[in-house]
Design a protein around this ligand. Structure first.
Ligand code: ATP
Ligand code: MG
Length: 557
C-alpha cells in the first residue's frame, strides 16, 4: 500500500504551516466532534482522517469529543460504536474521550457571563413569534419584546429555567447580537433551551441544554483546540463562533476552518437518512455491507488502510462535489491486488465428471496439487488444492457451442483448469427444462503445468473439487441506490436498487474450511471477498467486497 507517501498538502495545512512559522501556535490541537446520534459513515472518515492525520503529521494531538447536546437523539450505543470505528480506522485520540457535557457547568457560567454583560436574554416569545420576528434573507428581523429585560431579571429567569420552573418551549436564552445581520445565525440565536430529557452522561442533572453553536466553540477553547475543522455548511456560523469566544472570558482563541463535505455517488451520507434505511428495514442493520457506514464498509471487506488511502486521494478543498464510487473501489482493489491470497470459488456451479480420471476404488483421489497463493509474490507461499473425478465449474464457463470469441469450454474446445489440467468436454446431461446438469469430460494427464502437445488451449477457468470443496454462500453486492444522487430525489428510498444484494450458493476450495472472520481473498476471476462474521465452519459466508475490474466503467464505453 502506498500509505508511506506523505499526505498531500491542502489549504488547511498551509494555514497551519503559516501559524506555526509565525509563532501564533507552538503546536497543533485538533478534535473530531461527532454527535452520538448514529453510526459513523464514510463522510466522517474524511473528517477523522483530516483531524487525526494533521495531528499525526504535525506531532500534535487530536481529541475525540462527543458533541452531546441533544439527549433525545443520542445514546451510549452510538458512543461506543463511534469509539470502535475511530480505533478501527487506526487512530488514537488524546487521553480519554471527551464530551461537551463535561463542560455543562462551565457553559452555564459562560451563559451567566453573557447575561451579566447584557449580551443574552431570556425570551418568552412563542416559537411562532420568534419565527415571525426573525425576518428573511431579504428582510431584516425585528427585536423581541423581551430583548431589553434587565440583567437582574434575566439572571432570575435563567436560574428558574435551570431549576425546571419553565415548561419546554415556553422560553429560551438568546444571545443579543443583531436582528438585522445579513447572517441569519447572528439574529439573536438561541443558546439554551428547556428540555426535560435524560442524558446518557449527565443523567437527570439538567433540564436546560446548550445549543450547538454556543457549545462547540467554548468546548474547543476549553480543550485548547487551535484549528477547529468543520464542513462548509458552518461557514456562516463562524461569525457566531467568533462572537461567543470574543465575548466570554477565556484564554484560548481557536479558529474555525471549513472544507467541503464528502458526497459519494449512489449512496446517502446523512445520519437521518441512514437511520431511516435501518428503521424501515431497507437494509439488514447499521453494518449491512451495502451501507456507507464504517461498520458496513468494514463488514464488506474494506481495510482501514484503503479508507485512509481514499481520504488521501479525494483531498481537502472548499469545492463541493460528488465523488464517484469507483474512487473508493479502486483503493481497496489496489490494496487487495497486492495483499489478498488467491483462492478458487465457484459461485454458480455446474458439475463436471472427468471420465478418464482414475476412479475412487483405485484410491488415487484426490490428487493434491500445489498452487501458488499469489501469481507475483512467492513469499505468499502456496496451498494444496484437491483435483478429483467430479468437480464444479462456473455454469457460464461452458457452452455447448459458441463462436470464436468465447474463450472458455465448448463441446469443440478444451479449456485449462486453473492450477491443474486441460479438459475436453464430450457430452452433457440435461434436466427436463433443458438445463445442463452434468458435463462429461476427459482430462489430458500430460498437461499439469504444460501445454498439450497437439492442440492449443487458450481459455483458463477456475474450479473446485466436488468431493473436497466446501459449500459456501456468496453475498454479491451492488449499489444500494439506482440514482447517482438519491438525496436529490423527493423520496430517496424509492430509488433503492432491488438487486443490491444477490445471494448465491456454491463451493470453495478445501483450504477455506477454517477461514477466519474478516479474512480477505481474491477468488480468481470473480472478485475480492471477505469472510462474513456469520461464517461458521459448516456454513461459510463470503461477502464480495468489490469485483476485479470496474464493471461500471465498462458500461460507459
Ligand atoms: P450527518 O449530516 O450525517 O448527520 P453531521 O455533520 O451531523 O452529519 P456530526 O456527528 O455532527 O455529523 O459530524 C462530526 C464531524 O464529521 C463534523 O465535523 C462534520 O462536519 C463531519 N462530517 C459529517 N459528515 C461529513 C461528510 N459527509 N464529509 C466530511 N465531513 C463530514
Ligand atoms: Mg451535526
Amino acid at each position: 500500500m502506498a500509505e508511506t507517501e506523505p499526505r498531500p498538502s491542502n489549504f488547511i495545512r498551509q494555514i497551519i504551516d503559516k501559524d506555526l512559522a509565525s509563532g501564533l501556535h507552538e503546536s497543533v490541537h485538533t478534535r473530531f466532534p461527532p454527535e452520538p446520534n448514529g453510526y459513523l459513515h464514510i463522510g466522517h472518515a474524511k473528517a477523522i482522517c483530516l483531524n487525526f492525520g494533521i495531528a499525526q503529521d504535525y506531532n500534535g494531538t487530536c481529541n475525540l469529543r462527543f458533541d452531546d447536546t441533544n439527549p433525545d437523539k443520542e445514546n451510549i450505543d452510538f458512543v461506543n460504536s463511534i469509539k470502535q470505528d475511530v480505533k478501527w480506522l487506526g487512530f488514537t485520540w488524546n487521553g480519554k474521550e471527551r464530551y461537551s457535557s463535561d463542560y455543562f457547568d462551565q457553559l452555564y457560567d459562560f451563559a451567566i457571563e453573557l447575561i451579566e454583560k447584557g449580551l443574552a436574554y431570556v425570551d418568552f416569545s412563542s416559537p411562532e413569534q420568534v419565527r415571525e420576528l426573525r425576518g428573511t434573507l431579504t428582510e431584516a428581523g425585528k427585536n423581541s419584546p423581551y430583548r431589553d429585560t434587565s440583567v437582574q431579571e434575566n439572571l432570575t429567569h435563567f436560574e428558574k429555567m435551570k431549576a425546571g420552573e419553565y415548561k419546554e418551549g415556553t422560553c429560551s436564552l438568546r444571545a443579543k447580537i443583531d436582528m438585522s445581520s445579513p447572517f441569519m445565525c447572528m439574529r439573536d440565536p438561541v443558546i439554551y433551551r428547556v428540555k426535560f430529557a435524560h442524558h446518557h452522561q449527565t443523567g437527570d442533572k439538567w433540564c436546560i441544554y446548550p445549543m450547538y453553536d454556543f457549545t462547540h466553540c467554548i468546548s474547543d477553547a476549553i480543550e485548547g483546540i487551535t484549528h477547529s475543522l468543520c464542513t462548509l455548511e458552518f461557514q456562516d456560523n463562524r461569525r457566531l463562533y467568533d462572537w461567543v469566544i470574543e465575548n466570554i472570558t477565556i484564554d484560548c482563541v481557536p479558529r474555525q476552518y471549513e472544507s467541503s463535505r464528502l458526497n459519494l455517488e449512489y449512496t446517502v451520507l446523512s445520519k437521518r437518512k441512514l437511520i431511516q434505511l435501518v428503521e424501515e428495514e431497507h437494509v439488514q442493520g447499521w453494518d449491512d455491507p451495502r451501507m456507507p457506514t464504517i461498520a458496513g464498509i468494514k463488514r464488506r471487506g474494506y481495510t482501514p488502510a484503503s479508507i485512509r488511502e481514499f481520504c488521501k486521494r479525494i483531498g481537502v478543498t472548499k469545492m463541493d462535489n460528488m465523488v464517484e464510487m469507483s474512487m473508493l473501489e479502486s483503493c481497496i482493489r489496489d490494496e487487495l491486488n497486492v495483499s489478498a491470497p488467491r483462492r478458487m470459488a465457484v459461485i454458480d456451479p455446474v458439475k463436471v465428471v472427468i471420465e478418464n480420471f482414475p476412479s475412487d476404488e483405485n484410491q488415487n483421489e484426490p490428487e493434491w496439487i500445489e498452487a501458488p497463493n499469489h501469481p507475483n509474490d512467492e513469499n505468499m507461499g502456496s496451498r494444496k488444492i484437491a483435483f478429483t473425478k467430479e468437480i464444479w465449474i462456473e455454469r457460464d464457463d461452458f457452452r455447448e457451442s459458441a463462436n470464436k470469441k468465447f474463450k472458455r469450454m465448448t463441446l469443440d474446445k478444451g479449456v485449462r483448469l486453473r492450477n491443474a489440467y486441460v479438459i475436453y468436454a464430450n457430452r452433457v446431461d440435461k434436466d427436463e427444462q433443458g438445463n445442463i446438469t452434468t458435463i462429461f469430460c476427459e482430462y489430458d494427464p500430460q498437461t499439469l503445468g504444460k501445454d498439450p502437445l497437439e492442440r492449443k488451449v487458450k481459455g483458463v477457468i477456475h474450479w473446485v473439487s466436488a468431493s473436497q470443496g466446501k459449500p459456501a454462500q456468496f453475498n454479491l453486492y451492488d449499489r444500494l441506490f439506482t440514482h447517482p444522487n438519491p438525496a436529490s430525489q423527493e423520496d430517496f428510498a424509492s430509488t433503492i436498487n432491488p438487486d443490491s444484494l444477490v445471494v448465491k450458493n456454491g463451493y470453495v476450495e478445501p483450504s477455506l474450511g477454517n477461514v477466519k472472520v474478516q479474512e480477505r481473498f481474491q477468488f480468481e476471476r470473480t472478485g475480492y471477498f471477505c469472510a462474513d462474521e456469520a461464517s461458521k465452519q459448516d456454513t461459510l459466508i463470503f461477502n464480495r467486497t468489490v469485483e476485479l475490474r470496474d464493471t461500471w466503467a465498462k458500461i460507459g464505453d
